[in-house]
Design a protein around this ligand. Structure first.
Ligand SMILES: [Zn+2]
Length: 353
């Protein structure tokens, strides 16, 4: 049990319009569902909005305010250890931006309730770094090794044997990040597909779950995955950016769909529409840190040239993804945390504690 310290109701975006402080002495336990309600009304020529937040099974509203009209969000803060337990299904802890301060990164993740992380490799040069991080934090970090499509062109001979050797020596290692990327300025589709397919077959042979990257290559990737349906392939598509139809095809093939901080970007309505429709037993959350910084409405955000939040992302920021997912699915934060944690443990069975 822990104290609920504040529930903030505010516009998505940078301008904070309303703050609802929680009444003193409200405590919550894991699994509590927090509900939010908003109403609009017209008076004379102005539109007014009022929002209220309450806990399941308890009487009375625990906070309310006038959040203004437009897209809005509810953020819940709890004291200390009471955070929901969550699992980051895809991140890159061996990246120097995080590995250079791994102790602080792990401490902040623990404080934010992140109890499990799947640390993915991208090329032969980082596989040993990934394994080292996993060995250093065996209680929380699980590992995944693979050749990312961005590095398919630069692979050296013997890469597949090197990968297979490491996977065999580490029976608790998954496969990834692998996939297809047709959004690159310059790429060889055939080469990407060959490198992807051979790693999928390796994963099937070793019965390891696979973390898949896909940008603007949905048709070819569904063909490659479909050709292996029934072969025992276990896969998730990370930071999903496809359509609702593609999502349903992936689910139909037995896959999981994972959402990152991209879900929180104010103009990413497409991802939010898909996220609302994914079956509850097939959805995962991730940070893809140190990239894909989530949009945080509770701070003044520094944006890059593309208008996206910049800076080094880290697993502790997973809560912004969980909170947004809860909002778009009309669920409680604790409920989404628990649902995605269970799904991650099921999907990563055998490779994650
Ligand atoms: Zn990644």
């Amino acid at each position: 049990m822990c104290q609920l310290t504040s529930v903030r109701i505010q516009h998505a975006g940078m301008q904070q319009v309303g703050i609802a402080r929680v009444m003193d002495g409200v405590s919550v336990v894991d699994g509590d569902i927090i509900h939010a309600w908003r109403s609009l009304w017209l008076h004379a020529t102005k539109v007014y909005a009022v929002a209220a937040v309450w806990l399941s099974g308890r009487r009375g509203v625990i906070g309310s305010c006038f959040p203004g009209v437009g897209e809005w969000a509810v953020y819940v803060e709890r004291s200390g250890r009471g955070n929901s337990v969550v699992i980051d299904a895809h991140c890159h802890l061996a990246d120097m931006r995080l590995a250079s301060e791994d102790e602080a990164v792990m401490r902040r993740a623990a404080e934010a309730g992140v109890r499990g992380m799947m640390c993915c490799g991208t090329c032969a040069d980082d596989w040993d770094g990934v394994l080292a991080i996993g060995a250093r934090y065996p209680e929380t970090v699980s590992v995944s090794l693979g050749l990312h499509p961005w590095y398919a062109g630069g692979r050296k001979s013997g890469w597949l044997e090197a990968l297979e050797g490491r996977l065999r020596r580490n029976p608790a290692a998954a496969v990834g990040e692998i996939g297809l990327d047709h959004a690159l300025a310059d790429f060889d589709a055939k080469e990407q597909e060959d490198v992807f397919a051979v790693q999928l077959d390796l994963a099937i042979g070793l019965n390891r779950p696979v973390s898949i990257h896909c940008r603007r290559a949905w048709e070819p990737i569904l063909k490659v995955l479909g050709a292996r349906s029934g072969a025992g392939l276990r896969f998730m598509v990370h930071s999903f950016s496809g359509s609702p139809e593609t999502m349903r095809e992936i689910v139909g093939l037995g896959g999981y769909v994972s959402f990152s901080g991209a879900l929180t970007l104010p103009n990413n309505r497409k991802a939010r529409k898909v996220a609302a429709e994914v079956p509850p037993d097939r959805i995962l959350v991730e940070t893809d840190s140190p990239d894909l910084m989530p949009w945080r409405a509770d701070v003044t955000q520094v944006v890059n040239a593309r208008g996206r939040p910049s800076g080094v992302n880290e697993p502790a920021n997973l809560r912004y993804v969980v909170e947004k997912l809860a909002e778009v699915r009309g669920s409680g934060v604790g409920e989404v945390a628990e649902m995605t944690r269970r799904n991650a443990l099921e999907f990563f069975a055998g490779v994650m504690r």
